[in-house]
Design a protein around this ligand. Structure first.
Ligand code: DGY
Length: 328
């Protein structure tokens, strides 16, 4: 069985695929595949292991409906047209659970780095600006006892909330599609409306998927309702905030700071205004980037590929309805 992988995969995943007898082709060039290239590379392949921002849309699925499965090396699946994949009978999987703690750690890192102006302070040393000790300069914010607002109380949001409660004794509020009884019982988290989330949060961290409902949700109108001392953190998807509105909100001190692991577009242009701002920390989408987590993701993706190759149910199936008629 032939498997195309669109990036170099951590060895642990490759070992599993090899042991299962898969014939693997890896795209090793350090640039994105165009839609046409991806379609071309998928000809003669049985399963696609998609790593990176490949767009799996109707055009791709129509041209590659021979695929027996698509395994994503990510938890996010906003680039995939799941409905059309299901219509073509193609199962699609992701890599949940294994990225939870590492991604929540990245949100924690950004929150703290923004609260203490860490990235800008570091840049200022390189500019020769560390000349003498000034007790009134470089002042950040304390987070002890502050309110953390979670937008999207899933696995990652809950993990960040637990960390912030344990370490900073933060009060937890959240806004979510459904009430989260576990978070309410274990963390004392309180469900609030979106408006209250904006108004009450000292730190507001985004942990939802990118969908028609969440696209551009954090826009000027949302930032304008936040506290002037608020810190906005996004480790989910860059499309959930409106970048120009965020820049304007920061420039006009509508909010205090922002920590972003995701941008729109990615990669971010090196001249982006956010990169020069005092209370802004930007990372290059490294939420799950530790060696251990990437190994775990590769193993999970490989397990899904192997199931698809064998005609078995993918363990992390995103469109389970695809199996309904096939009785898998
Ligand atoms: C994910 O798993 O969705 C991360 O954002 C990496 O793409």
């Amino acid at each position: 069985m032939n498997v195309l992988i669109t990036r170099v995969l951590p060895q642990k995943g490759l070992d599993l695929l090899e042991k299962a007898g898969c014939n693997v082709t890896q795209y090793t060039e350090k640039r994105e595949l165009s839609p046409a290239q991806l379609i071309e590379l998928c000809q003669g392949q049985d399963v696609l292991l998609s790593s990176g921002p490949n767009i799996i849309d109707e055009a791709f699925l129509k041209a590659c409906h021979h695929l027996k499965g698509i395994a994503l090396l990510s938890v996010g699946y906003d680039k995939v047209d799941l409905k059309t994949a299901t219509q073509y009978g193609i199962p699609v999987s992701n890599t949940p659970d294994v990225i939870t703690q590492t991604t929540a750690d990245t949100a924690f890192l950004l929150m703290l780095a923004v609260a203490r102006n860490a990235f800008a302070m570091s840049r200022s040393i390189a500019q020769g600006e560390w000349q003498f000790y000034d007790p009134t300069a470089h002042l950040g914010q304390d987070l002890y006892g502050k309110t953390l607002g979670i937008f999207g109380m899933g696995r990652i949001g809950s993990d960040l909330a637990a960390k912030c409660k344990a370490y900073f004794g933060m009060k937890i509020i959240y806004h979510n599609r459904k009430l989260k009884a576990e978070a309410e019982q274990q963390l004392g988290a309180q469900y609030v409306s979106f408006d209250e989330l904006l108004r009450q949060s000292d730190v507001l961290s985004v942990h939802t998927d990118l969908s028609a409902e969440t696209k551009g949700k954090f826009n000027w109108d949302a930032f304008a309702r936040m506290k002037p001392s608020a810190i906005f953190v996004n480790t989910a998807r860059g499309g959930i905030h409106q970048e120009e509105d965020l820049i304007e909100a920061l420039q006009n001190k509508i909010i205090w700071g922002a920590g972003l692991d995701v941008t729109n577009p990615e990669p971010m242009d090196k001249n982006n205004a956010l990169l020069q701002m005092q209370n802004v920390c930007v990372l290059p989408h490294i939420g799950s980037a530790t060696a251990g987590t990437r190994d775990a993701m590769a193993v999970k993706a490989a397990e899904n590929v192997i199931a698809a190759v064998k005609g078995q149910r993918m363990p992390n199936i995103l469109n389970p309805e695809v199996y309904q008629e096939q009785n898998v």
